[in-house]
Design a protein around this ligand. Sequence first.
Ligand SMILES: Nc1nc2c(ncn2[C@@H]2O[C@H](COP(=O)(O)OP(=O)(O)OP(=O)(O)O)[C@@H](O)[C@H]2O)c(=O)[nH]1
Ligand SMILES: [Mg+2]
Length: 475
Amino acid sequence: MDNSTIAAIATPGGRGGIGIIKISGSQAISIAGSIFRPHDSSYACGHNHSPESNENDNGHFQSHHLNYGRIIDPENERVLDEVLVSVMKAPHTYTKEDVVEINAHGGAVALQAILALVLRRGARLAEPGEFTKRAFLNGRIDLTQAEAVIDIVNARTEKSLQIATAQIDGQLRKQVESIRERLIQFLAHAEAAIDFPEDVDDIFDTHKAAIEVDKEVIDPLKRLIRNYMEAGVLRDGLKVAVVGKPNAGKSSLMNRLVQRDRAIVTSIPGTTRDVIEETLNIKGLPVIISDTAGLHETDDPVETLGIEKTLEHVNGSDLVLFLIEAHRPLTDVDYQIYEKVKSKPLIIAINKIDLVNQNSDAVLPEPWAKYEKVYTSALYGQGMDSLKEHIVKLTTGENPIDLDTIIVPNLRHKVTLERSLKAAEEMVVEMQNGTSTDLIAIHIQDAIDSLDEILGINLKVDVLDQIFRQFCIGK
Ligand SMILES: Nc1nc2c(ncn2[C@@H]2O[C@H](COP(=O)(O)OP(=O)(O)OP(=O)(O)O)[C@@H](O)[C@H]2O)c(=O)[nH]1
Ligand SMILES: [Mg+2]
């Protein structure tokens, strides 16, 4: 493993009250010691504070304490910022290496200057995710926990954060390990049967094993994969496309939901040309809503492009909000749009309800009746709560999943679990057919190998790099 000392700005860019520079590695403390001058000797454990004499002075800081002082460039004695420095000695740190965090107050320019100084003193700029990668390589966390760090950073709402935090406890690892453990037992039996073919029936009862694999391997794998599907929208956001004919009130509805004038509204049909996206939080559910161009036949090339984009968006969405007008009969255009969206989870919003007798029940064609419908007035804000309730209900069902207990794999895990499941299913078929034990053993090994990828056992370097590249710098 690379044992260089790494450093990065750990706080997001832009203006902020404080910014943090993180340094990790065997030289972290000596580098920090060489550029830090304590404000008051009482903070500094009685050491000499001339920067030169602090060079490589590991005893200069108290571990797990905040040290108050200034960062000084030893080459020219220039003060870069007033800081609080925390020093955490290995192994009880995030990376299991010596870690120093410099809390600076002077804004982005001062942060960059301090980072440049730290790099000049011998550290190297950390790659994205490198701190977490070291925590993994040094055995402090397993790969599923490392990946949960990415999810926590990217969490869009409290619910997605809750899911990611459960993963950091190592729940997924425990489940995967227990399935893997069971597969290893089957493999041991299969291999014994290969070694002693004359006793194969005593050693390895394949019919009994098939039933056990079904219950103890296939079922739990399927459950984990299903959790990914169900909780996926909580993590990644639910994509809702608002569609309807020109002037139906799509942009008005979008603006209502996000509570600001995000999209242009006019009484001229064909106002919206490009797809406009916004994220909002509906009862903890992250929703990415997109307002689209009104769908209809047109010769206008710009509008045609907008319509093509709309249809692409419909395909990629999790749910479609189909707007029709309450005060006018349905037109051919409405029917054409319906044909394009009917295979999607759908909510029909009967908009402009303020223009008709409020109690009138819109008469919709028979096949449309099976979809949820809501009456809205995007102009006056009527029906918005009901619309939000329908969106949540359609997404999480009547019995929302219990976020406290659910174990949710990420996409990488899900793909790998599916591979393991496929191998397990093939294994069961071979067991039931009583085919050669060698073939069964190969499938068991395949199923184990896939689970190893989740746990980070024997993982190829490029896979590891790919995982950690999703992080931001400083994490
Ligand atoms: N009375 C009434 N008028 C509405 C309602 N919703 C939208 N409108 C009006 O309908 C017109 C069109 O609204 P938009 O929100 O621009 O409609 P759109 O579906 O985005 O239209 P395009 O972008 O052209 O496809 C505007 O004059 C709105 O004020 C509503 O609930 N009631
Ligand atoms: Mg519009």
